[in-house]
Ligand binder design. Structure first.
Ligand code: SF4
Ligand code: SF4
Length: 361
């Protein structure tokens, strides 16, 4: 296992981290086995929160941890809202530790965070007071945050100096947070990259994306993970692995990955920029053409088509199209023309929907 610096914390984090939010609630033994195997292979970061999997995420994680938290980086997470007080937040931290069966959390993340919640977090008697106190008492080690705010707002959050880490989505199909990741690197804030395989989308085959990686990649998931880890400011790639094969494939990728240089990363970014502009020329998914009187999901169809046409994710696109409600599919379009004047990109929506229907129908 490769280890990387987790910002300025002094911690060394495994390049592959286990997100515990996708375990099958019907298979608790499998969840425990995955955690066991992950720890045996050197994975030391486990991302959890009470709310995931219908409230069972930490219950499913606990048996695999077997009470271990020192030497591992176990992370809990809770959001803040208008009702949050230092006392209520501390109760939440204690409850999550109790469910996990541990007496220490190396990280606690302020979840679902955004810049406009900064006042809620930092006000006197608020959640930050609870986090600071828990850290002083040695209950938690470090404070992080995660959410889906705009990249520039995330950058401002890390510039406050409050946080030791940021957890954000980053993958071949979503590089919006790349500037935030760069700034985090400058400030010594650890970066936990979530969704490295884009919620499973990059598990589908795409020779185009595999060829993007210097020297090629065996699978698209392999390429996806290598891309994320090529960024030197990413501390770890956190994947919600919920099968043993997924875990072991990712472990193999990380073990065989020996880093990319800055020129490799620039080259990959340039090619992905070209792919993206190809997609933008087709449909920017703005949604202004909604709502079709027949119920056709115009951006939904175009998004699927983009993924096949631009990124070569043909199998994924075909299965997504097949899974769509019939009345939302491109072939339900009756060519009435009502949508076309609404499109700011002046796209020939009707003929392009015909192409989508022809490709996947
Ligand atoms: S042209 Fe097709 S997609 Fe557009 S509004 Fe008419 S039926 Fe809907
Ligand atoms: S208005 Fe045009 S660009 Fe926007 S979602 Fe519809 S087709 Fe795509």
């Amino acid at each position: 296992m490769q280890y990387r610096k987790l910002g300025k914390t002094g911690l060394e984090v495994s390049a592959l981290a286990q997100g515990c939010m996708r375990f099958d609630p019907e298979k608790p033994e499998l969840a425990a086995q995955i955690i066991d195997d992950a720890i045996a292979a050197g994975v030391n970061y486990f991302e959890t929160t009470r709310g995931y999997i219908g409230g069972k995420c930490q219950h499913l994680t606990a048996p695999g941890l077997k009470g271990r938290s020192r030497g591992l980086i176990v992370s809990g997470k809770a959001g803040v809202n208008a009702e949050t007080t230092a006392d209520s937040y501390r109760e939440e931290i204690d409850l999550q530790m109790q469910i996990l069966g541990v007496d220490y959390l190396e990280f606690f993340q302020v979840g679902w965070f955004s810049l406009d919640k900064m006042e809620l977090l930092t006000r006197k008697g608020g959640a930050l007071d609870a986090l600071d106190k828990a850290r002083e008492e040695g209950i938690i080690g470090h404070i992080g945050f995660t959410g889906h705010d705009k990249p520039e707002n995330f950058t401002r959050c890390i510039e406050t100096g409050i946080f030791d880490s940021v957890t954000l989505p980053y993958n071949m199909l979503n590089r919006a947070y790349a500037p935030t990741i760069r700034r985090a690197g400058e400030l010594g804030v650890g970066v936990i990259a979530m969704c490295p395989v884009a919620g499973g989308m990059l598990a589908a085959p795409s020779s185009r994306l595999q060829q993007l990686i210097p020297g090629g990649a065996e699978t698209t998931a392999d390429a996806a993970l290598r891309f994320v880890l090529s960024n030197p400011n990413v501390s770890t790639a956190c994947s919600g692995m919920n099968t043993l094969s997924m875990l072991h494939e990712n472990l193999e990728t990380v073990d065989n990955f020996h880093g990319a240089d800055a020129a490799d990363l620039r080259r990959m970014d340039t090619i992905l920029d070209d792919f993206q502009s190809l997609g933008d020329a087709f449909c920017t998914l703005c949604g202004y053409c909604k709502d079709c009187p027949q119920g056709v999901d115009i951006p939904g169809n175009f998004k699927i088509f983009n993924m096949a046409k631009v990124y070569g994710l043909h199998d994924w696109a075909r299965s997504r199209y097949a899974a769509m409600d019939k009345d939302k599919r491109a072939d339900a379009c009756v060519q009435c023309g009502e949508c076309e004047p609404k499109c700011p990109n002046n796209l020939p929506i009707m003929s392009q929907l015909k192409e989508v229907a022809h490709t996947f129908g």
